[in-house]
Design a protein around this ligand. Structure first.
Ligand code: ADP
Length: 437
């Protein structure tokens, strides 16, 4: 099968979170099953190594034909098409620009308009989150007259329903969508253009990144106001658990960590813990548990329950290391806590290599998420023999089994209530769980 994987991120070219990991690894895995998989991404400022060999092509937007160039690179042997339009994409960051609607709307049209220049006619275009969701809409409303486009099917993967891409009517007009698409059965959402909703309506199939999240998003609590639509489309909706790339995340071969180890040599993990304690300026002590966390610093990741809990947790004598960047309202109190509590160190930045050392050197990995479509942090930590402490929601439900409840089959620690103190189990919690060295 010929598959074109369209995404806003793909590790190692461009990554902000889990979408980048999955886009970096899933196409590779599909290719190893024998499919002809290629990828298409915007050519951002951080992607410098691109061949300018696809030439110029026209993208229909803003009422005229705008020129873009088709560049190429490759990712572990996989051909990658890069949409080059410097005024929109040659910037240091991937997202969080005022004109993101225009940038990713343009990208979606370009994905279709570049196919003749690429001379690649996929059977399926795999769309990922709102940034590429509009491809499905353009394909069905504007490109149906051309047989080469008409036979293409689309699948949309929802990696996170919270981010939907909401924009004004002016963007709808700029993108040249037909007037009849502006209705509640199509792309309109309470007076806005909603990229994710549009993708759900127009894609041939929709999936999300864990079986539990596929059920959750059909409820009001997790549906982000699209639960009604998702319930109505449940026949074309499923949940498939994400995986991680075992070549990238492999303690036996990881060149970044202090000491390589595997399941059979797990005692060598201790050297990584000592190295991590040293690197972060914490006392090098084998008998003190190290809790690691690598995460976007946002509400989703549980910081509103973690921050008030941290002082009490640190009083227990544990060491806690956070690597993460995100919202100022959480970063500021985290920085204050780090300044006042010697057992807590916070690195408020993005650092891929340091993340590896935290996964390898920690004893436990914190993931108190408010909601979690799949979550990769817990899978990576399990791969490094680091026990996740996670809130049971979404993909964490499908991957973390509580050791207290199931000592034989468990693989981490799980809690249910989204609260700072575990009030429900506080009295029954065993007090004799000791840290083992
Ligand atoms: P999400 O996609 O919601 O951010 P996931 O758990 O699915 O969460 O994936 C997060 C990915 O991003 C993991 O690979 C994690 O190691 C990585 N990551 C998150 N924050 C940072 C950071 N500050 N530095 C390095 N890697 C990070």
């Amino acid at each position: 099968m010929k598959i074109l994987f369209a995404s806003a991120e793909a590790y190692p070219l461009a990554k902000v979170g889990g979408l980048g990991d999955v886009a970096g690894s899933l196409p590779k895995a599909l290719r190893s099953l024998g499919h002809d998989v290629r990828m298409v991404l915007p050519r951002y400022g951080m992607i410098r190594d691109a061949k300018d060999d696809g030439g110029p092509f026209a993208v229909q937007a803003g009422g005229s034909a705008l020129e873009a160039r088709l560049k190429t690179t490759n990712l572990s042997g996989l051909p990658v098409y890069l949409i080059d339009r410097p005024d929109l994409f040659d910037r240091p960051k991937i997202y969080e620009y005022e004109d993101d609607g225009k940038r990713f709307g343009f990208f979606c049209r370009a994905v279709l308009d570049c196919l003749p220049a690429a001379d690649f006619w996929p059977d399926v275009i795999h769309l990922n989150d709102w940034h590429s969701a509009m491809v499905a809409v353009f394909l069905r409303t504007l490109y149906g007259g051309d047989e080469r486009y008409r036979r293409i099917k689309t699948v949309l993967t929802i990696h996170n329903l919270q981010h939907q891409g909401l924009f004004g009517r002016d963007l709808f007009d700029w993108l040249g969508l037909p007037a009849e698409a502006w209705n509640l059965e199509a792309v309109e959402f309470y007076g806005h253009l909603n990229f994710m909703k549009a993708g759900i309506v127009y894609a041939d199939f929709v999936n999300t990144v864990s079986p539990t999240y596929a059920k959750e998003i059909q409820t009001e609590e997790y549906g982000c106001r699209l639960d009604g639509l998702l319930r109505a489309r449940s026949a074309k909706l499923t949940g498939i658990l994400n995986g991680i790339d075992y070549d990238v995340w492999n303690p036996a071969k990881d060149p970044i960590i202090a000491q390589k180890y595997s399941k059979s040599t797990v005692d060598k993990k201790a050297a990584n813990k000592a190295a991590l304690q040293k690197e972060t300026g914490l006392p090098v002590r084998a008998d003190v548990p190290v809790l690691g966390m690598v995460s976007r610093v946002t509400e989703q990741k549980g910081f509103d329950i973690l921050i008030p809990a941290l002082p009490e947790l640190l009083r227990e004598g544990v060491q806690t290391i956070l690597l993460g960047a995100g919202e100022r309202k959480f970063e500021a109190p985290l920085a204050e806590l780090a300044a006042s509590h010697p057992g807590f160190v916070a690195y408020l930045k993005y650092d891929e290599a340091f993340a590896h050392r935290i996964y390898a050197g920690s004893d436990f990995f914190l993931m108190p998420s408010k909601f979690e479509p799949c979550g990769l942090g817990q899978m990576i930590s399990l791969r490094y023999g680091t026990l996740p402490i996670a809130r049971i929601t979404g993909g964490l439900t499908d991957t973390v089994r509580d050791l207290t409840a199931d000592p034989a089959g468990g693989n981490g620690f799980a809690f249910g209530e989204y609260a700072t103190a575990d009030r429900t189990t506080q009295t029954s919690r065993p007090t004799d769980v000791r840290f083992m060295v």
